[in-house]
Design a protein around this ligand. Structure first.
Ligand code: T1G
Length: 646
């Protein structure tokens, strides 16, 4: 079955691409398009051509799975040029997403029509590359410099209404897209000039200088956004052919880069994570209504995530005042989304209307899924599950959001333990993508599959984790922090460690991050383990917490902070407090510091893998990227040479 077919309706030809799942521009699709141009240019009965796609979306881009192979002709720039300079005008009819090469093909068409919920974009920089088929050169001529810079260097798609405002599309179509496009093509069209023949807009040098500085600050070592900007400047300041050649050369160079390989690794790992091969075909339990026990920061965040997915939520707290506080936390979350333009007022009200506050567990008699998010104390959690075991249906999925306690201890004595599972959300739970799914040995496969189905419904990156202290992410975080403290103990300055990890691509170094989150959280966790009789050596962080230095919230932690100023200042008190524990003498440059810390993460990842706590290295990479800010364009601690595992 050809992936590109031609139908004729009067004098209008309809070229349909049908290449599931997302009509990616495989070699066969590219060849089919070139053949269609030849066939239709030679057909005297045809006056115009409509390009549509079958399935759920317009062309989603070049076929990312072909990037590891040498490019095969016909090359996409030639395909786009053939369409653009065809004797008959082509009209792109866009539904779903026209992304990357898909939007570049649409830019080769004389007109672009789209459904209201469609989006267009050039996400290439998110894959470590730049557009490779005229996206920078044509977008700049179509929508101007600033719009092109925003679209190309951020990689963020725009929805049809915004695309129409920017001139990226010509019309939003209601109803049947194919019919509307055929009707549009049948009108006497005043044909605009092909984009390749239009003059390029220019801007003062200062614009490029300022934009480059802003992107460099945001990119933190990621290469593609800056190279995309260079392509756009070429597109503005040289002729079309020269700019197209420069763009193509940049694309081919970056396509072979380590950062592009890392970003492709993450792209495919993210798409594999929500559907583990071992669970395909396992029946999922119903997820129609939910409940959250605990309306604090985590509980309210989880409830907000459930509401964002359209699921009704019963929010249970211990008394009316706590219920009110929980509802108020939710109201604040949605109000913040309205303020940031992510929700309308009406949508925020609807989110809140779907939450029922209660102190009565009997309200959960017919709830499909209950997520416990109460204080991180075993006896408190066990009390919650003792009540849930009494009032909930035997097939209701009961989950704990614990981050450090053993789920087996929490579920001890629970009737029907097969329906119990750990669902470890990361704060803020309605924003952070990572969800660690932690089955106990008694968790039924159906319950595990339901956990992943919930992850898909919430738009999370779900990763299965085995039971150990800290599961995958917090266990690696503990190792990362210990290695950072070891460097300080060997004489490396605290600020040098943080600067090195920011230079590696983290938003913050390990010590700055602890000051922001609070040193006392991990301190209390260590104290709990000590109280249970385990020997946990005193850490440098313990010394600081015992001295009252818990981080920004106490005016000082690893650093000092001036009142009202969150900028970290190296602390003489810290030097005094830790002096006895520091053997000066180790001098490491930033790269060596980063190698030490990322190497420690990778070694802990190897242990996690060998113990079966994680199923594959890419899962560990996803945990670090989506839970702990590991720079995405580095692929994760296990990616590439850092991991010896397959
Ligand atoms: N190539 C190959 N496979 C792709 C693909 C692509 N571009 N996009 C998606 N898939 C697969 C994906 O792996 C999954 O496979 C299935 O399709 C459904 O994807 C020359 C060089 C389009 C918004 O970056 O953003 O063009 O797991 O789960 O949530 O300048 O896919 O089912 O086997 O994500 O509905 C630029 C990437 C490429 C778009 C749909 N294009 N894709 O989201 O489905 S570079 C992109 C997406 C380029 C040119 C350059 C999303 C989507 P499987 P999914 P979805």
């Amino acid at each position: 079955m050809s992936v590109v077919t031609i139908a004729r309706q009067g004098t209008i030809a309809v070229v349909t691409i049908d290449n599931p799942p997302v009509n990616a521009l495989s070699q066969a699709v590219r060849q089919g398009l070139v053949d269609a141009v030849s066939a239709l240019d030679g057909d005297p009965h045809i006056s115009a051509v409509v390009l549509v796609c079958a399935g759920r979306t317009f062309i989603a881009g070049a076929d990312v799975s072909e990037f590891d192979k040498p490019p095969q002709p016909p090359h996409l720039p030639d395909v786009v040029s053939a369409i653009e300079l065809a004797a008959k005008p082509w009209i792109a009819a866009i539904h779903g997403s026209a992304l990357g090469g898909g939007f570049e093909v649409a830019l080769g068409c004389r007109f672009r029509l789209a459904t209201a919920d469609a989006s267009v974009g050039l996400p290439e920089v998110t894959l470590g590359i730049v557009p490779g088929a005229g996206g920078t050169v044509r977008t700049l001529r179509l929508a101007g410099v600033e719009a092109a810079v925003d679209l190309v260097t951020t990689g963020k798609p725009v929805r049809a209404p915004r695309a129409l405002e920017l001139g990226l599309i010509d019309r939003i179509v209601e109803g049947d897209l194919r019919a509307a496009a055929i009707a549009f093509a049948g009108d006497a069209l005043a044909l605009p000039q092909p984009l390749s023949l239009r003059p390029a807009p220019t801007v003062p040098d200062a614009f490029w200088m300022e934009t480059e500085a802003a992107i460099a600050k945001r990119a933190r070592g990621e290469v593609a956004p800056l190279r995309a900007l260079a392509c756009l400047r070429r597109a503005s300041e040289t002729d079309f052919a020269a700019a197209l050649q420069f763009e193509r050369a940049t694309f081919l160079e970056l396509r072979a880069s380590e950062q592009a390989a890392a970003l492709r690794h993450v792209f495919f790992a993210e798409r594999a994570a929500p559907r583990p091969a071992g669970l395909s075909g396992v029946q999922v339990l119903p997820l129609r209504n939910t409940a959250v026990i605990g309306g604090g920061t985590m509980g309210a965040g989880i409830a907000a995530a459930l509401r964002d997915a359209g699921l009704p939520v019963i929010l249970i707290e211990r008394d009316d005042a706590a219920v009110e506080r929980g509802i108020a936390n939710l109201r604040d979350i949605f109000a913040g989304a309205v303020k940031r333009g992510r929700l309308t007022e009406a949508a925020a009200e609807a989110r809140l209307a779907g939450v029922t506050g209660s102190t009565d567990y009997a309200a959960l008699a017919d709830t499909d899924l209950v997520i416990e998010a109460v204080f991180e104390e075993l006896s408190v959690k066990r009390q919650v599950f003792e009540q849930l075991g009494r009032v909930c249906r035997p097939d209701a999925v009961l989950a704990t959001n614990t981050s450090y306690l053993d789920p087996r201890a929490i579920a001890e004595g629970l009737p029907n333990p097969g329906r119990f599972i750990g669902l470890h959300f990361f704060s803020p739970a309605n924003v952070m993508k990572l969800l660690e799914i932690v089955p106990t040995p008694q968790t039924a496969e159906q319950t595990l599959a339901t956990g992943f189905a919930l992850g898909r419904m919430l738009g999370k990156v779900p990763v299965r984790a085995g039971i150990c202290e800290g599961f995958i992410g917090n266990r690696i975080l503990k190792r990362y922090r210990a290695e950072a403290e070891a460097l300080v103990g060997q004489g490396v300055a605290i600020a040098a460690v943080d600067a090195a990890m920011r230079g590696y691509g983290f938003a913050m170094g390990p010590f700055e991050a602890q000051d922001l989150g609070g040193l006392d959280i991990a301190f209390l966790q260590r104290e709990g383990v000590r109280a249970a009789g385990q020997d946990v050596p005193e850490t440098l962080g313990d010394i600081l917490v015992r001295a009252g230095r818990k981080g920004q919230k106490t005016g000082g932690g690893w650093y000092d902070y001036k009142p009202g100023d969150r900028r970290p200042v190296p602390s003489e008190e810290v030097a005094r407090l830790l002096g006895a524990r520091i053997e000066p003498g180790l001098a490491l440059d930033a790269e060596a510091i980063a190698d030490r810390l990322v190497g420690a993460m990778a070694r802990e990842g190897e242990a996690i893998l060998s113990e079966g706590i994680a199923e594959k290295t890419s899962d560990i990479d996803l945990v670090e990227i989506h839970g702990y800010g590991f720079p995405r364009w580095r692929g994760g601690p296990m990616f590439g040479t850092r991991s010896t595992s397959t």
